[in-house]
Design a protein around this ligand. Structure first.
Ligand SMILES: [Zn+2]
Length: 474
């Protein structure tokens, strides 16, 4: 249960008092967390609102570093070969059908549904890799950032912090004619940076709930000269640079045809890798490419629940972590939204392939559970360039609670609670979510949940032509 005086007043400092507090890989009893009047974690505070979290454990909020919120619309609709074929490329056509059907208002309602589910899963920040820019017929809107504003407004409505990773998408691929399914994505090459600049200037430069990054979609979608310009601009503006890399072998093949090397080799050769670079997926890598990512201090963002859903392949996390590459996690296609499931899958995929247990344990000097938990928290925050993930003073007050009475965590002690959570907690155990010191989920309930879900259900039926009486397609 949550009790507080004037808790809803975000201008007042707060003291959160859980039964157990997570600090650097372990849980301790009898500690409090203070959040100051601007939502930052403080070492101590006087005259604060008291928030009682007894019976719960308090942990850093999860960071979802790679999301396409609109893809929530095809969950459950792309699981047969009759509809979506047998591989990533045919699945992509189903995804394009979804993208083509959405009005700006639909996108807002859909993103709210997706972000609500993220909050229920303990996510406090989403990195939204946003590449829907145009009207369904490919015409730019009067405001070329209309759809980005819709997605940002959806996050603000739900209370989730958003890092809008505005995507550059200029072509279908090397020597390929424009794909009609991608016409909502394309921008003129000379318009992208102007549109990006305009979008950023629409929000306060010091905004804590809306931040930005730059996302050249992939090597296939952005020619090298434009990639150089975008990366240079991102660095000059101190913004993170996210890019899909080596999700499919066919991407590597196409890159070899165009440039005579793989995507990571190209990025290394062009000096485009760095500590601000996030390689999303990074599945099909050779040892030299892994070393190049490590040498540059680049991140990998893994999306295991999507990657297994799409049959993409398995991230060589063990080899990458041995080299010191930091991993963030993303829900990507929204096949599932569960950061702890993504975290445990990093190791489970390796176990199945290698037929041994706990592959990542002590791989870089940390126990496996705290290493995987770092992927869902600290590394995600670093990959998005935000101060979050460890509950250290000065960070945003972004936190989640776990109900210690939840059936999935019964039988714990402070020493085993973290591995129990990482490998066994049910999403229902997440009870409260705090973003910037403000409780947006209380005892498992979000204030707007019924409205958001009802609107989404209507949207889903209308967009896919489902008869509301018979439940079948019209
Ligand atoms: Zn993606």
């Amino acid at each position: 249960m949550c009790r507080s005086s004037r808790e809803g007043n975000v201008t007042m400092g707060k003291s959160f008092r859980p039964s157990l507090l997570y600090r650097d890989g372990r849980f301790i009893a009898g500690e409090r967390i203070f959040v100051d009047d601007v939502g930052r974690i403080a070492a101590s505070q006087e005259n604060v609102a008291q928030i009682d979290l007894s019976g719960k454990a308090l942990l850093p909020g999860f960071v979802n570093a790679h999301s396409h919120s609109f893809q929530r619309l095809i969950r459950g609709r792309a699981e047969s070969r009759a509809v979506s074929g047998r591989d990533f490329w045919s699945w992509r056509n189903t995804m394009y059908q979804a993208a083509a059907r959405l009005s700006p208002g639909d996108l807002y309602d859909l993103a709210r549904m997706c972000f609500l589910e993220m909050v229920r899963a303990g996510i406090t920040t989403v990195g939204e890799f946003h590449y829907l820019h145009n009207a369904p017929d490919g015409t730019p809107y009067d405001d070329p950032n209309l759809l980005a504003h819709q997605v940002i407004a959806a996050a603000q409505s739900v209370g989730l912090r958003i890092v809008l990773l505005r995507s550059a998408y200029f072509r279908s691929g090397y020597q390929l004619a424009p794909d009609p399914g991608q016409q909502r994505f394309f921008e003129r090459e000379d318009a992208f940076l102007a549109n990006m600049t305009r979008l950023r200037s629409s929000y306060a430069a010091d905004s804590v709930d809306v931040r930005f990054g730059v996302a050249p979609h992939s090597i296939r979608a952005v020619p090298l000269q434009q990639l150089r310009e975008i990366a240079s601009w991102a660095r000059n503006n101190s913004l993170p640079l996210h890019m899909h890399i080596a999700e499919q072998i066919a991407e590597n093949t196409a890159c070899r045809e165009e440039y005579g090397c793989t995507p990571v080799e190209l990025l290394a050769r062009e000096n485009l890798l760095g500590e601000d670079f996030v390689a999303v997926h990074a599945i099909h890598l050779n040892t030299q490419e892994m070393a190049a990512l490590a040498d540059a201090g680049a991140f990998v963002c893994s999306c295991p629940t999507t990657e297994r859903n799409l049959g993409d392949g398995m991230v060589p996390v063990d080899a990458l972590m041995k080299l010191g590459v930091r991993h963030a996690l993303g829900s990507d296609s929204q096949a599932q939204i569960d950061p702890l499931e993504d975290a445990r899958e990093l190791d489970y995929h390796l176990r199945l392939a290698q037929q041994v247990r706990a592959v990542l344990d002590q791989i870089d000097g940390r126990p496996i559970a705290s290493r995987l938990f770092d992927c869902a928290t600290i590394h995600g925050a670093q990959a998005l360039g935000i101060d979050s993930g460890s509950l250290a003073p000065g960070e945003y007050g972004d936190m989640v609670t776990i109900d210690l009475a939840d059936i999935s965590v019964a039988g714990h002690d402070p020493e085993t609670l973290l591995p129990l959570l990482v490998f066994g907690a049910n999403r229902a155990a997440i009870r409260d979510v705090v973003v910037n010191g403000k409780l947006i989920l209380r005892d498992g309930r979000h204030a707007l949940e019924e409205e958001i879900v009802a609107k989404y259900q209507q949207l889903y039926r209308r967009v896919w032509g489902i008869d509301s009486v018979s439940g079948s397609a019209r």
